[in-house]
Design a protein around this ligand. Structure first.
Ligand SMILES: [Zn+2]
Length: 460
């Protein structure tokens, strides 16, 4: 009896496989393939957008026309790509500049051990292309090169989805989309808006947001929400440690280069267990000296590698919120308004609020930015303000001004020869530099593709 059941089952599977192979056809579609998406697009419901008319055309648009750019193919990116591809989006472009590390494999499921060392974007695109029939996923490794030289300009995308761990890249993309907005007599042309859907996770916490550039709060409007990167002050590390992290940093930054435990010129490799073990031992000694508890091998590894703990389930939840709901939602449903937070550190918490636009946002407000300094302030102070102010958080600002009709670079950090030449300006006062009250300063930075204009206001 069992044997005949088994044979029947086997035949049934063969029949089904044959049927699927026949039905797939050239478009890669089989009967009922998009039934789950059709339920959303071909009927209305209590949550559909008031302007939405259910029709079969929306699915065709989604399958054939809609182009999506996914930035980031890491933990969140893998989930996003899978969700998008399985919910009918076929023209998905992916950008990521990272290569695959062995520690990614537990959650970045588009990668296998044979892929270690290969570019994430390439492997992820190949995986989706071979696994999901009909999908066409081109890839690129560097974001701005993508727009400069690659197959299409950013305006051709219908939606941009970000699953990044870099705030700089997020801000750059945000600035890019803002620069594409078209204003007619000060009125925003809605057809120039490309929605940006942004997801982020850190450990058990995550967020997802919908940004309609020029209409809703942009990344820079809410910049204060991103915590500053933790770097411990050198004096604390060197002379008055209080935390286990301080001890680890002491071993990493000061003892390693001095003692050269693995020979001259050998850099500390976070993936080398012997290296980590050495730092761990030194940190323990340091901790014992100052009666600090809590130095562990795991913490040592975390501090050395700057590991933000990654939790696969958080990525899945956030990615689930982002595309299947939001992308379909942009066409059919009232979209998320506009910032969702998720936290399952202790129990489960989720909340959605409307992040507000900042009136004087340096990225999206069109309001000239003010710099208030006394004429006796040094350029160094201006530089510090630009990098440290919570709502600016620039990385390596280059400052130029028009003086006596000529464009003059006051300070530029990214090119060593110019940095050297302009460095003396940092110690000069604004007055000594010839800057006047009301002077415009143009500031370029990696956080934005556009130059930000500041107006200098002298205070007494
Ligand atoms: Zn803004």
């Amino acid at each position: 009896l069992l044997f005949s059941l088994f044979r029947k089952k086997k035949r049934r599977i063969e029949e089904l496989t044959e049927k699927m192979a026949l039905d797939v056809g050239s478009s890669g579609d089989w009967d009922g393939r998009w039934r789950h998406v059709q339920k959303f697009l071909e009927r209305s419901g209590p949550f559909t957008h008031p302007d939405f008319e259910p029709s079969e055309e929306t699915l065709q648009f989604l399958l054939e026309t809609c182009k999506i750019l996914v930035i980031g193919a890491g933990g969140l990116g893998c989930e996003l790509l899978k969700n998008l591809a399985l919910s009918g989006f076929r023209h998905i472009h992916v950008v990521d500049m990272d290569t695959i590390d062995v520690s990614n494999l537990n959650r970045q499921f588009l990668f296998r051990s044979k892929d270690v060392g290969h570019p994430k974007a390439e492997v992820a695109a190949d995986f989706i292309n071979s696994r999901v029939p009909g999908c066409h996923v081109p890839y690129c490794l560097i974001l701005f090169i993508y727009f400069l030289f690659f197959c299409m300009p950013v305006v051709e995308f219908h939606i941009i989805v970000c699953g990044l761990d870099s705030i700089i890249a997020r801000r750059w993309m945000n600035g890019m989309l803002l620069s594409l907005l078209v204003y007619d007599d000060g009125v925003l042309d809605p057809s120039s808006i490309i929605p940006l859907i942004d997801g982020g996770t850190e450990g058990f916490k995550g967020n997802a947001r919908v940004i309609l550039p020029g209409m809703t709060a942009c990344i820079d409007c809410t910049l204060e929400l991103y915590p500053p990167q933790i770097n411990f002050p050198m004096c604390t590390i060197a002379s008055m440690p209080r935390l286990p992290e301080h001890c680890i940093e002491y071993a990493r930054i000061l003892q390693w280069p001095k003692e050269k435990p693995f020979g001259d010129g050998v850099a500390l490799d976070g993936d080398n267990p012997e290296h980590i073990h050495w730092v761990f031992q030194k940190s323990l000694e340091r901790a014992a000296e100052f009666n600090i508890i809590g130095v562990t091998y795991r913490l040592t590894q975390g501090v050395v590698k700057r590991i933000i703990p990654a939790v696969a389930s958080t990525n899945a939840v956030i990615a689930g919120t982002v595309p299947s709901r939001e992308n379909t939602a942009l066409f059919a449903y009232v979209p998320l308004n506009n910032y969702l937070v998720f936290n399952d550190v202790d129990g489960l918490y989720t909340y959605t609020f409307e992040a507000e636009r900042k009136e004087n946002c340096s990225a999206c407000s069109q309001v000239p930015q003010k710099l208030q300094f006394p004429p006796s302030a040094k350029l160094q102070e201006v530089l510090e303000y630009l990098t440290e102010n919570a709502s600016l958080q620039m990385k390596s600002p280059a400052i130029t001004a028009t003086l006596e009709g000529k464009n003059k670079t006051l300070y530029l950090q990214t090119v060593a020869s110019i940095e050297e030449k302009t460095r003396p300006n940092l110690c000069k006062t604004l007055k000594e530099l010839g800057l006047a009250d009301g002077q415009e300063l143009a500031v370029a930075d990696v956080t934005t593709p556009q130059t930000v204009l500041f107006k200098l206001n002298f205070t007494s």
